[in-house]
Design a protein around this ligand. Sequence first.
Ligand SMILES: [Cu+2]
Length: 482
Amino acid sequence: MKTSPSSRRAFLQGAAGKSLGLGTLAVAASPVSKVAMAALPEPVLHQSSTTLPPLQPPSGRPYNPVLTLNGWTLPWRMNNGVKEFHLVAEPVVREMCKGFKAHLWGYNGQSPGPTIEVVEGDRVRLFVTNRLPERTSVHWHGQRLPNGMDGVAGLTQKAIEPGKTFVYEFIARRPGTFMYHPHADEMTQMAMGMMGSWVTHPRTRHPLIDEVDRDIVFLLASYDIDPGAYTPKIMTMLDFNIWSWNSRVFPGIDSLNVRQGDKVRLRIGNLTMTNHPIHLHGHEFTVTGTDGGPIPRTARWPEVTTDIAVGQMRQIEFIADEEGDWALHCHKSHHTMNAMGHDVPTMIGVDHREVVKKITRLIPDYMVMGERGMGDMSEMEMPLPDNTAPMMTGQGPYGSVEMGGMFSVLKVRRQQKAGDYSDPGWYQPPPGTVAEEFKAPLPTPSQGPSDQSQAMPVGRMPAREVEVQVRKPGQASTGHRH
Ligand SMILES: [Cu+2]
């Protein structure tokens, strides 16, 4: 159905209003011509944040598919030897963890969009339908392609207006890990969750790309969503409060479940506005590739943490030879927290008891935050606004994990079947291999240094320098935002 010029203008004006108000985006779907849709592959939608099993290729060249963490791979249609995909850019509702949903923009029902998997040498045709209230485009980050297929609105193509469908076509020339995202009103559209992964598998055995038993892909994405709110604040430049993997936050991020002895590849792309040092416990890995391609073997070295800068993709590989539940997380500690981690003054070492008594007389529910560190907060039953991710939580077998955000668990199990990605539950360690309370009497502390001239008798230590945070009246926080 064609819309008249005047109704179209009204629609666009309405859309512009919505893009400022942002409260009603979930219903803002623009009409798409039925005739145009008839020639398109049916768009495939996925409405939940569950991890779908790898999509075994039903047509085209064979390959070993990847698993998209809390996501899925987009099915395609073969059309005279061309692999055809249909992406639909649209408002979506993403459950980021239990009890916390966000109103985002994404592709085909979710944010991030589905992973696109092709084989080196495939001719790929991608239809992109815009159901957003504003123009968009798709940039195929890292690909070799004709300039006009690069997806930079204004520079290499016209923007895709609401309701329109564009078609991109190129040959996937380079095997590796890539991403896709808009290159039109990028700050808004990436802040709203528009992104997806792209994997080009090698056509034959590649000297620098090993075959692996498990191949897992996810994107780092950040959002600024006030506690109790549903929609990200799009004008935020640096001060994000939600740190996600594939738009999920711990404990909402699925564990990575592998069999002991598996060779595992993780493909991690960073579409946030800061870097993330990703750290794996219990194993060493090597960085085997970037979005620039595979790394020569002589240039690889062992790591347990690798920093992924803004706009980068890193492929890491390791043998999962140690059974257990191993933490995998961003090493920036404020990235393993959810919202509310901000603007709370440090209270460690401050004795509030007298103050609290006085305040409690006035405000019965008053609660002091973080007197002994903030770990307690994960167990306090602090009232949160509806639709808020708990700041640090996640129950493990021994209590609260006191984590949020960019945190998950690599579960290595002897009994895990090949190709089985299901959660095996918590690790049952052999008896006597878990750190536990020491119950014998403690010895009295003795002098540390053996060099007598350096030793200083206890009791004559000079007063330690104390760092003081000064909070001026009317100042909400101490410089966090600078
Ligand atoms: Cu981080």
